[in-house]
Design a binder for this molecule. Structure first.
Ligand code: SF4
Length: 374
């Protein structure tokens, strides 16, 4: 079971309450970024290119609690930056556990063994460890030799101490589907609770702009990776979101489903774009021009986006919007291995050679980000 029953119950009953109340826009996961500093400089990251005075800033625990209370989402994901570099991260987590929020602390795990004494195992707290594939692929993606071994060592220690641990993987163009599947085996053998996956997003600020996936390539890659699944693979994601990645479903983006709060305030419209900030969550909902975003909007910044923070809330909403959605979710969870001969053939396709990701190149213009159809 990838997610504890108590968490499933909390999330399901929350979504049903929103539905019964007739709320069309409701948050599912708060993306709380308490800082942008990081101890890595991954080529595909758009978060650490801020000037030094911004990178020095931290949200205080009180600011974090106010955002969490205001938002009301049952789950809080803490990315960054590297949250373990926040001087009061222990206090922040303690306050969120006291509020009975299900927390995913997203970490590259370089500091996890050193800081693990700050936390107590709890059903509310999960370390979501950033691992972008097998040893060579991960070290290349995070531009740090030895990063994989440190992270795996920290995962073992966290599991030994009784913490919930998941992995969190971003896949870029050139990812080798066979290697990704072997990585799933490695993670399941390690004993993690489940795995999270997302295609990368082409941040204007990311140093590497060559390896982001277009939509058609994303679907093809995830079809190869996620078809003909092994029985023991557990994913900590909506099964309908996985079907969306495989090209079996289409959803509109629901950026309000995973709103972002950081040192600038409530970010419009989503975790990835920065079209202004609001002071309160209510203001974010009321003043964002939501129709300007999502693939159907024609906004070039959204053309190739299929990321988790935009579309997983859409998939969860679909589960609770109709009997068909609910039954599809049950079927996908319990019975579907996605047997697919063509996907097996895709696994044997030669891979485009992947250059080391660390190629610092000038960012592409947004206008060039049109949906890739081939
Ligand atoms: S499509 Fe992607 S970039 Fe556009 S609003 Fe949704 S999550 Fe943000």
């Amino acid at each position: 079971m990838p997610v504890p029953v108590s968490q499933m119950w909390t999330v399901s009953s929350y979504v049903l309450r929103q539905k019964l109340a007739g709320r069309k826009q409701y948050p599912l996961v708060l993306m709380l970024e308490p800082l942008f500093r990081c101890n890595l400089a991954c080529a595909g990251c758009g978060k650490i290119q801020y000037p030094a005075h911004i990178l020095k800033k931290d949200l205080s625990p009180e600011e974090c609690f106010r955002a969490v209370d205001e938002c009301g989402a049952p789950m809080v994901s803490i990315p960054g930056g590297e949250p373990l570099m926040h001087p009061q991260i222990g206090e922040i987590i303690e306050g969120l556990v006291a509020r009975k929020k299900y927390i995913y602390l997203c970490t590259n795990a370089l500091l996890l063994k050193e800081k693990i004494h700050l936390f107590k195992p709890s059903k509310y707290l999960t370390f979501s460890v950033h691992l972008d594939g097998q040893r060579e692929e991960h070290d290349l993606a995070v531009c740090r030799e030895g990063g994989y071994d440190i992270a795996v060592d920290a995962v073992k220690e966290a599991l030994r101490r009784g913490f919930r641990v998941t992995t969190n993987t971003t896949l870029f163009d050139g990812a080798n589907p066979k290697s990704v599947r072997a990585f799933f085996d490695e993670m399941m053998d390690l004993g993690v609770e489940g795995m999270m996956l997302s295609p990368g997003y082409s941040y204007d600020k990311a140093p590497d702009q060559k390896h982001f996936l277009g939509r058609a390539r994303t679907r093809r890659m995830f079809r190869a990776i996620l078809s003909n699944r092994k029985k023991n693979w557990q994913f900590n994601l909506s099964p309908l979101f996985l079907e969306f990645l495989m090209g079996k479903r289409t959803y509109p983006c629901t950026p309000w489903g995973m709103p972002t709060y950081n040192v600038f305030g409530w970010q419009k419209p989503c975790y990835l774009l920065q079209d202004g900030y609001a002071e309160t969550f209510a203001e974010l909902l009321a003043t964002t021009e939501w129709s300007n975003y999502g693939t159907e909007s024609g906004n070039p910044a959204c053309a190739n986006c299929m990321v988790h923070s935009g579309y997983e809330a859409s998939a969860v909403n679909a589960t609770f919007s109709s009997l068909g959605g609910f039954l599809a979710t049950v079927k996908a969870t319990l019975f579907t291995r996605y047997r697919d001969e063509e996907a097996l053939r895709l696994l044997d396709e030669p891979q485009a050679p992947v250059n080391p990701l660390v190629q610092i190149a000038p960012p592409l213009r947004r206008e060039s980000l049109q949906e890739t159809r081939v």
